[in-house]
Write a protein that binds this ligand. Structure first.
Ligand code: 5AD
Ligand code: SF4
Length: 450
């Protein structure tokens, strides 16, 4: 008998927010491939439209709502049978309202329900609609296997989910729930499997990655040492860490793990002790600077990046200047900087804020200008040095084909190949840094890394 091969269906997905969301999207797509869905870049031909949402600041939220509105028109005009679902942090928090308010939305699913995506899609295919999957089971161990769909030599591996910190401005503990770590043994065999499929660089991922293992009596630094020992793995990264959980053993790992990248992303948020206290961050600016000193001693090549929030409710001019002073002392290689955005349900949202929005905008601009100056200075010493990159893609700049990859210290470097037809994807190369601006660097190819 002739076997009937069902033709593949198309899924279009838009992801907002952090690396965790992009990682989740990959898991969603991997699950959906079991239902014969393949990714499409063209929303008009999609049988299934998904949004993986972010609630961390209002901006990401509003972008999602306007995209969801556009899909309503599309569903009416082009394809009435298209299935529409919303996942991620906004769905976790406002899923019920979304389902009620948006008639064209078939289902919503929370951050802990990604592995049930196929059930949801099948439910809609069988005629059901307007439902939500948003439960958590806090009693269950956190046990998963990393699922990836692309054949990249770089992989993100989630080791801890959720966050217990409840920083007063942050919605993550509400959208992602309490901290839960995977077991080290499971993570190690997961990474070994990834290495067997060609992965060479791994980024250990979590909202508060260095709080890993507490409930299982395991230490993040021990996990780093064990991953570092895996044969076949060439580079190891982790993100995002919290200064309160930077321990001496973790600092030591930065000098002993030869595969650990020369980069640490360590969000400070503010340089003012009074603001840090109001944020619930549990460290002072001098404690933060001490950590930097120790970590730079452990690995003199290390490059530090950070996150800054300006305009926390009622931040005074003086408190703001303390942040500027911290930037000058810390000398970050780059920062993500944001205006405080009140998030529903958080402590900070309820504070009556006298600080004008125009002043917040001015402060953000000042932070960015000062940081840019620091970046120019720091990066000038990078010129002339040698960097080893794992090549992750190519593009054209003013008509010239260039490949790009990240150095161990996480700077993006572009280089021109000897010939247009050369394929460097997934290869390790050495480059000499020719120029280094605050936002990207240019290199010249020395050759493949031995
Ligand atoms: N407003 C502005 N920025 C925020 N972040 C988290 N919550 C908020 C908020 N309510 C920033 C922090 C965090 C980064 C991921 O997002 O700097 O480190
Ligand atoms: Fe949010 Fe604070 Fe947890 Fe980071 S540590 S995810 S800022 S609550």
């Amino acid at each position: 008998m002739k076997k009937i091969i069902e033709s593949s269906k198309k899924v279009w997905i838009k992801t907002f927010g952090c690396q965790m969301n992009y990682h989740d999207t990959e898991r969603i797509l991997s699950n959906l491939s079991e239902l014969n869905y393949e990714l499409s870049k063209n929303i008009e031909e999609a049988d299934l439209i998904l949004f993986n949402t972010c609630a961390i600041r209002d901006l990401a939220n509003s972008k999602f709502y306007s995209s969801l509105g556009e899909v309503k028109v599309l569903k009416k005009r082009e394809n009435k049978s298209v299935i529409v679902g919303v996942g991620g942090c906004v769905a976790q928090i406002e899923g019920n309202d979304l389902i009620k308010k948006y008639k064209h939305l078939d289902f919503a699913f929370g951050t802990d329900q990604i592995d049930n995506i196929n059930k949801m899609v099948e439910r809609v295919q069988n005629g059901d609609s307007k439902f939500i999957y948003d439960s958590y089971d806090p009693s269950q161990d956190y046990s998963i296997e990393t699922k990836i769909i692309n054949k990249s030599p770089q992989a993100f591996v989630n080791i801890i989910k959720g966050c217990n910190n409840f920083c007063t401005y942050c919605i993550v503990p509400f959208s992602r729930g309490r901290e839960k770590s995977r077991r080290s043994s499971e993570i190690l065999s997961d990474i070994k499997n990834l290495i067997a499929t060609g992965v060479q660089e791994v980024t250990l991922l979590g909202q508060n990655v260095n709080a890993f293992g507490k409930e299982n009596n395991e230490r993040f630094s021990d996990l780093l040492l064990a991953v570092n020992d895996l044969i076949g793995l060439k580079r190891l990264r982790y993100t995002t860490s919290h200064p309160y959980f930077i321990s001496d053993d973790l600092i030591k790992a930065h000098s002993t793990c030869d595969k650990l990248s020369d980069h640490l992303h360590l969000p400070v948020q503010s340089g003012s002790d009074s603001v840090l206290k109001r944020m619930g961050r549990r460290y002072t600016s001098s404690h933060y600077l001490e950590i930097l000193e120790k970590i730079r001693e452990a690995n003199p090549r290390i490059v530090i990046t950070s996150d800054i929030i300006v305009g926390f409710p009622n931040e005074t001019e003086n408190e703001f200047l303390e942040t500027i002073s911290l930037l000058e002392k810390a000398r970050f290689d780059s920062i993500y900087s944001y205006k405080f955005s009140p998030r529903p349900g958080t402590v900070a949202e309820k504070i009556v804020d006298e600080l004008l929005m125009s002043e917040k905008s001015k402060r953000l601009q000042t932070v960015q200008q000062i940081q840019e100056k620091i970046q120019v200075e720091i990066r000038s010493s990078f010129v002339g040095s040698k960097a080893t990159l794992l090549v992750e893609g190519a593009g054209r700049m003013r008509g010239v084909k260039k490949w790009k990859g990240r150095s161990s210290c996480n700077r993006l470097i572009h280089f021109v190949p000897p010939s247009e037809n050369d394929d460097f994807l997934g290869k390790w190369v050495d480059v000499e840094v020719l120029s280094a601006t605050p936002f990207s660097c240019q290199g010249s190819l020395i050759g493949l890394t031995c």
